[in-house]
Ligand binder design. Structure first.
Ligand code: KE4
Length: 431
């Protein structure tokens, strides 16, 4: 594939944008080569500036669960934009969107909208600290909750892709209030509570992790976390920025049948526009300003364009719940097809999948946490990524990401993807 125009655009971009991108993972640093620049997208397909077509397996890192430019979302944005884009004044639309989230999200009485998943997670942690009067939080290595200081302590997405577990600029004082445990390791969590009695405000985790590849919680892991939180007057925060409205209409809380105290959302909730949210029981949410003492704010929070896109997205999912079954079936078809092809190769591999989240790891060991995820052969991964890209398949450009299928992907697209893998195997295996 010719990428001359993308190469030129990348050179231009780097002159005025750090690294040429507005989010590090897009720069292809962990897979090598230069990023492609996208001109447009529709349904399951991306079209780059050199008119190459790709089947999209990142769906804007999750939001576009129905595929690009879905008519219901575009129509809602069109209609709202003629009424103005932002007022900074309450609107009925925000209430309607909040009512819909409260209806769809289990165990959420009230919700506050923000503009990103980072903001949602950052605000939820501040609220948990304010509500409990405690300072420390526990997070898990390999889980990513955005780029706020308390989380860049061995983050599992972009930061770990660069092997920069602790980002410069994160102060020692903020780092001391973030305790780390290995995902799926309940003993480490218990030890942290022993050592930090009455100091831990919350545990925050991805209930199904997607930032070390897709990693599933072990049986009882999360129910044990909930018990520990209850017995220590700490809060359990589910970061559902990735899983919310993707794994099920009620997200991981529904799928895993377990309630968290605070839940954060992003990605799908905005239908492709910048929306984050955090919600929970009224007794906790009422601690937020202006009624409560915990401050949190945002100029464009709840802006009508983003609300209209999110409302259209969630309404469509509510009225077409078969989307989730369809996505799960397509993802299972893909993961089984990949397994079929790789088991006849020399390559070590593990495939993790839950619903429409999946990841492929070039390692013999089960991937159950960040330590095991890091054992994956990144050289194989790089060759795999570029071989698939050359075959018109755009995968996440990092071994520490999950595939995000969208429901516009057809079985023909899935077969093309599997054929591309077959074509790529000799290239991937080359030492
Ligand atoms: P944003 O601030 O990027 O909207 O959300 C942060 C975030 C929070 N929680 C989870 C579980 C997340 O996955 C994310 C962001 N996900 C990454 C992809 N793994 C976004 C891609 C990027 O950083 O460009």
């Amino acid at each position: 594939m010719l990428n001359e125009r993308s190469k030129k655009l990348f050179i231009e971009a780097k002159k005025v944008i750090p690294g040429g991108v507005n989010s590090p993972v897009r720069a292809f640093k962990s897979v090598g080569g230069d990023p492609i620049f996208i001109k447009k997208a529709k349904g399951a397909y991306l079209f780059d500036e050199d008119n190459n077509k790709y089947i999209d397996y990142i769906s804007s890192w999750g939001p576009l669960i129905l595929g690009h430019a879905h008519e219901s979302v575009i129509e809602a944005i069109n209609q709202q934009s003629h009424k103005g884009t932002s007022y900074g004044i309450p609107t009925e639309l925000e209430t309607k969107m909040a009512e819909l989230v409260v209806e769809l999200a289990p165990n959420v009485d009230k919700v506050r909208f923000v503009n990103s998943g980072t903001e949602a997670c950052m605000s939820a942690v501040r609220l948990a600290r304010g509500f409990t009067g405690k300072d420390k939080i526990i997070k898990f290595s390999g889980c990513y909750h955005g780029h706020a200081d308390p989380f860049l302590i061995e983050a599992g997405s972009g930061a770990s892709t660069f092997g920069m577990p602790n980002s410069p600029g994160v102060t020692k004082s903020s780092a001391k209030d973030t305790l780390l445990a290995e995902y799926n390791n309940i003993d480490q969590v218990m030890q942290l509570f022993e050592k930090n009695k009455n100091e831990i405000a919350a545990i925050i985790l991805e209930p199904v992790a997607g930032n070390m590849g897709c990693v599933l919680p072990k049986q009882n892991f999360i129910s044990e976390l909930k018990k520990i939180c209850l017995s220590n007057d700490s809060l359990l925060i589910f970061d559902e920025v990735m899983t919310g409205f993707r794994l099920a209409l009620g997200g991981a809380q529904e799928l895993l049948s377990i309630d968290a105290d605070l839940i954060t959302y992003g990605k799908v909730i905005g239908g492709g526009l910048p929306v984050g949210a955090f919600g929970g029981r009224s007794e906790i949410m009422d601690f937020l300003a202006p009624d409560g003492p915990v401050y949190q704010a945002g100029t464009l929070s709840g802006n009508p364009i983003a609300m209209s896109a999110g409302f259209a997205m969630l309404t469509y999912l509510q009225q077409n719940p078969n989307v989730f079954a369809s996505l799960n079936e397509k993802t299972t078809y893909l993961s089984k097809g990949v397994e079929e092809r790789l088991k006849n190769s020399e390559l070590p591999f593990q495939i993790n999948q839950l619903g429409s989240m999946m990841s492929l790891h070039f390692t013999n060991d089960p991937v159950i946490d960040f330590t095991s995820a890091k054992k994956g052969d990144n050289d194989y991964f790089k060759r795999y990524f570029h071989a698939m890209l050359a075959n018109g398949v755009y995968l996440p450009p990092s071994a520490y990401e999950s595939y995000f299928l969208n429901d516009a992907i057809s079985y023909e697209d899935l077969d093309h993807t599997l054929d591309a893998l077959s074509d790529s195997l000799s290239f991937i295996e080359r030492k």
